[in-house]
Write a protein that binds this ligand. Structure first.
Ligand code: COA
Length: 319
């Protein structure tokens, strides 16, 4: 039996070892840069996240998040998330993963949280368990997690010819890229329609120095009727949404999402057009590929040239 020590992330300094270990195995498909790791770790619950060490060498880790923000998002107060979880291949099947998960569950129950999720956290790496790590699904199911449904990241590769651009359908709406003067109007539009996580992301984007150019909007005269967040190859990691998480795999990745059409404007092709306009804007910015993240609307996006890139199992445990 190996002599394993478990410490919280509060007491572990060599955090670079965590993404280095992850990248050694999964880097070719899910590369985690220092910037991405530090950004996504910034809201982790350090005292409820653990590393397993053998003679001070990293063996595995589990990153746990609780919602400690004043901003209210439905169900977040009663939820906990496993953001990233990894045991080095040569140390698997020796009980390390079980011990790490048990410690997180203990902390989670102590705080009377009701739901524990894999991924889906605010500043997430994954929206669920990636199908590429399929063998881990059975491991979680054996430990009480269920798999209610799946979700997808979609992709479109840009050939850089005239056929890439998508013609818009509804000529009554004007589309354009935002600037800093649109901040209040955009925040109010998102607040009216999606007062949860999407609003929080929009506020954080501007608080972190965003100038507006990572948003496109549809306007009915002066009124915003649709929006899409975009990610440019030049967008700083502190401002990206989940769509650009795996950008290091690509020559020049663009991202779309979240996006939405205001309630009174639905069923008028504006949803199609905001995605078309976002796509065309990214093509003007010379992207090599575009990812639309975390969606189940495969038929809708297929009409805009997008296909499945990655699939994820939602995995939840009720505590
Ligand atoms: C999921 C993961 C963390 C599990 O880690 P682990 O250390 O192998 O987990 P355990 O050793 O506790 O359990 C693995 C199996 O070994 C068995 N086992 C535990 N101790 C053992 C021992 N001493 N001898 C033999 N088998 C043992 C367990 O019973 C378990 O089998 P089961 O799945 O049939 O129940 C690991 O596989 C991993 O890093 N996967 C890739 C990353 C991933 O999927 N992360 C999740 C999303 S971020």
């Amino acid at each position: 039996m190996i002599n394993m020590k478990y410490v919280t992330l509060n007491d572990y300094c060599a955090k670079n070892k965590m993404y280095e270990a992850w990248n050694a195995e999964y880097g070719p498909i899910f590369p985690i840069s220092k910037e991405l790791f530090e950004r996504n770790l910034s809201n982790a619950s350090m005292s409820a996240s653990y590393v397993a060490l053998e003679n001070d060498d990293l063996v595995g880790f589990i990153i746990c998040k609780f919602w400690n923000d004043k901003f209210y998002i439905d169900l977040y107060d009663e939820s906990a998330w496993i953001s990233l979880f990894y045991v080095k291949e040569c140390y698997r099947k020796q009980g390390v993963g079980s011990e790490l998960l048990e410690r997180v569950e203990y902390e989670t129950k102590k705080l009377r949280k009701k739901h524990l999720y894999i991924g889906k956290d605010y500043l997430n790496f994954f929206p669920g368990l990636p199908v590429d790590l399929k063998s881990s699904a059975a491991w979680f199911e054996k430990r009480g997690f269920t798999r209610p449904y799946d979700t997808y990241d979609l992709i479109r590769t840009i050939k850089l010819d005239s056929l890439d651009k998508i013609p818009l359908r509804n000529q009554n709406i004007n589309y354009r890229v935002c600037n800093i003067n649109d901040k209040d109007k955009l925040i109010n539009f998102v607040k009216e329609n999606w007062p949860g996580r999407w609003l929080k992301e929009t506020i954080d984007y501007f608080d972190n120095g965003g100038t507006g150019k990572e948003y496109v909007i549809g306007l009915d005269k002066e009124t915003i009727c649709a929006f899409a967040k975009i990610g440019l190859p030049t967008t700083d990691t502190s401002l990206i949404s989940y769509s650009l998480t795996w950008r290091n795999r690509f020559a020049a990745l663009g991202g779309i999402g979240p996006l939405g059409v205001g309630l009174p404007y639905r069923k008028k092709n504006i949803g199609f057009d905001i995605v078309a306009f976002a796509t065309n804007t990214l093509i003007d910015n010379k992207v090599s590929d575009i990812i639309i993240d975390w969606t189940g609307l495969l038929d809708f996006y297929r009409r805009l040239g997008y296909e499945v890139f990655k699939s994820y199992f939602y995995m939840t445990k009720e505590l």
